[in-house]
Design a protein around this ligand. Structure first.
Ligand code: GCU
Length: 592
């Protein structure tokens, strides 16, 4: 790729991810030398958020120095919570809690020439991390990983990590104040220490070039001083054993001609990729595929594909808590597989890494998105910066997951000038970070003219794929017989119907089958029958994602008889029972 080699390094970073920020992007953490900090952490519940003040600075973890000394807090004698796991589901009094919970864990360590980092899979929503009572970093955003270097803060013997988490919804947050899912807070995903050599392999990209089935392209980024090192990149099954040398920023880019069996739902083929520097080695299984758009077709490995999808929230309904483990990923993805899916929309935020990696193994394509959801103040530059960082954190984490085919920038945002400008910038950023995957956003900006629905959201001009959320038969009355409803758009692009459906309480076959407000299974099933009559007539439709796989908790759903704190649009009940509508969708997918 001679052209790229001449690029000034900074612009090259712009192509593959900004290194200018001090933020770390340690990819494939599970492939590193980690010490898990999962397990019981002592906590202090701090509803009035007083723990950050001078009077009672919880991060100092002070002990009473004599019998006149009042220290009105203590981790050591307090309750303990499991990490990973939202705190809401662990104590009854924390069910609707939206404020600060402080966590403490101690660990023993012996210093060496190695460097030490701490990794969080996610903390919702804000995190402040203290090691031995010194702040080592903060993070905002509930669904992407972050790491801080501890090398200069850790000591021989016992060390303490104290994390202030706060899940209060904030106006300039992402998401903002209002959203239709449960606001689970705390250390919701894995925590681990990571030991590395002085110069280590921080990050790498190894994927097929967008339009080339025989060119594996990417980069390797070392972290540390004197990072000019010889690198060996091996993909044994493809007989690749490439010698490379990093520049003085520790970076090397590469192109490898190869002839991989390309990953697909039918054959989710992956390869062992081993990257060895002079001081570090990392191994990961990586798949290779091409994803493109041609006119109104979506092409997977050059062939048109129809995305038989379903929406999934990151929640295990039986446990009423956030999903966070490999077993949780299996439960949700097996349900999707059983429905006949080859695709999942992971709503409305990046899910945990186990889910993405498990989907890759199972041959399930993935749509990932950041929680730019409905009421966002796009004119606020702080919010714009947060959007950009979140998109970068999402893409940096999963850029080597070939089953991720779509990055989505937003969900149901109003088409104001500020929104169009902010999302135009965000789409540009996403394309700079990843030139291979399809970019979309879910819009509900539609106009209904008699029996025709028109997609008119101007932002679609910048997207690879249009995505529409519509609730004909539920929130919106059918304009005419469903089979007679036609769809048109201003854009010659593929369409994914990214949300459609309605609610039903499992087992509720209320007498009034013709009315929506009895939450009957028959009514919900009828919605899907009608929807598929309409959907099969849309000539540029290339994917469908019913909302939603399984009932999910939402404090906005308070019809006491039927909802009782649950959004009942699941095809499955909160116990995993198949509603009548499940069979309609299953028949549509297996009949395709
Ligand atoms: C919206 C939104 C979902 C919400 C759903 C509903 O389209 O994207 O997050 O849960 O509709 O109303 O149930």
């Amino acid at each position: 790729m001679p052209f790229i080699k001449k690029l000034p390094v900074l612009f090259f970073f712009a192509l593959y991810g900004f290194r200018a920020t001090a933020q770390l992007f340690m990819t494939h953490v599970n492939g590193r030398n980690t010490i898990s900090l999962n397990g019981k952490w002592n906590v202090i519940i701090d509803p009035y958020d007083i723990g950050s003040g001078n009077w009672q600075a919880y991060y100092k973890d002070r002990k009473a120095k004599d019998n006149r000394d009042f220290v009105e807090y203590s981790f050591d004698d307090g309750p303990a919570l499991n990490v990973p796991g939202d705190f809401n589901s662990q104590m009854p009094e924390l069910h609707y809690y939206e404020s600060s919970v402080w966590y403490k864990k101690t660990f023993r360590y012996t210093k060496s020439t190695k460097r030490l980092f701490i990794y969080f899979g996610a903390v919702n929503y804000k995190a402040e991390v203290y090691v031995n009572h010194i702040k080592v970093g903060t993070h905002e955003g509930g669904f992407t990983p972050f790491q801080f270097e501890l090398t200069n803060y850790v000591k021989d013997g016992e060390n303490s990590v104290i994390v202030k988490t706060n899940n209060a919804r904030i106006k300039n947050g992402i998401p903002g104040l209002g959203f239709d899912w449960f606001n689970y807070g705390g250390i919701t995903r894995d925590v681990a220490l990571i030991e590395t050599p002085a110069v280590f392999i921080e990050d790498y990209l190894v994927q097929l070039k967008k339009n080339n089935p025989k060119l594996i392209s990417g980069y390797i980024q070392l972290n540390g001083k004197n990072a000019v090192q010889k690198i060996t990149l091996q993909i044994p099954e493809l007989k690749i054993n490439k010698q490379l040398t990093t520049n003085n920023e520790g970076l090397v880019q590469f192109d490898l001609t190869a002839n991989p069996i390309r990953w697909s739902p039918e054959n989710p083929k992956t390869y062992e990729v081993k990257i060895r520097s002079e001081t570090d080695t990392i191994t990961e299984t990586i798949g290779f595929r091409n994803i493109q758009v041609k006119g109104t077709e979506i092409l997977l490995n050059g062939k048109p594909v129809f995305l038989k999808g379903v929406n999934i929230h990151e929640e295990i309904p039986q446990r009423k808590s956030r999903a966070y483990s490999e077993a949780d990923a299996l439960e949700l993805l097996n349900w999707a597989k059983e429905l006949g899916c080859n695709f999942v929309r992971l709503a409305h935020y990046p899910h945990n890494e186990y889910t993405i990696k498990m989907a890759e193994k199972m041959g399930i394509m993935v749509w990932e998105e950041i929680p730019v959801y409905q009421g966002i103040d796009f004119a606020d530059t702080a919010i714009q910066a947060k959007m950009h960082r979140m998109v970068q954190e999402m893409i940096e984490r999963d850029k080597n997951r070939c089953n991720v085919i779509i990055w989505s920038m937003a969900n149901e945002t109003s088409p104001t000038r500020e929104r169009n400008e902010a999302l135009t910038d965000l789409i540009k950023k996403a394309r700079l970070l990843d030139s291979t995957r399809l970019i979309t956003l879910a819009t509900n900006n539609l106009s209904y003219h008699g029996d025709s629905v028109h997609i008119k959201d101007s932002i679609c001009a910048l997207l690879d794929v249009m995505a529409v959320n519509e609730y004909l038969g539920w929130y919106v009355k059918w304009p005419k017989a469903p089979g007679a409803v036609t769809w048109t758009s201003d854009f010659n692009k593929p369409l994914i119907m990214s949300e459609f459906g309605g609610e039903a309480l499992y087992g509720n076959d209320a007498a009034r089958k013709d009315s929506a407000n009895t939450w009957s299974e028959d009514y919900q099933a009828q919605i899907f029958k009608d929807q598929f009559k309409m959907l099969k007539n849309i000539p540029f439709l290339r994917g469908t994602c019913p909302w939603i796989l399984v009932d999910f908790q939402s404090p906005t759903r308070n019809q006491p008889k039927y909802q009782n704190g649950w959004n009942r649009k699941g095809l499955l009940s909160d116990r995993g029972d198949k509603k009548k509508a499940w069979y309609i969708v299953h028949a549509f997918y297996t009949g395709l």
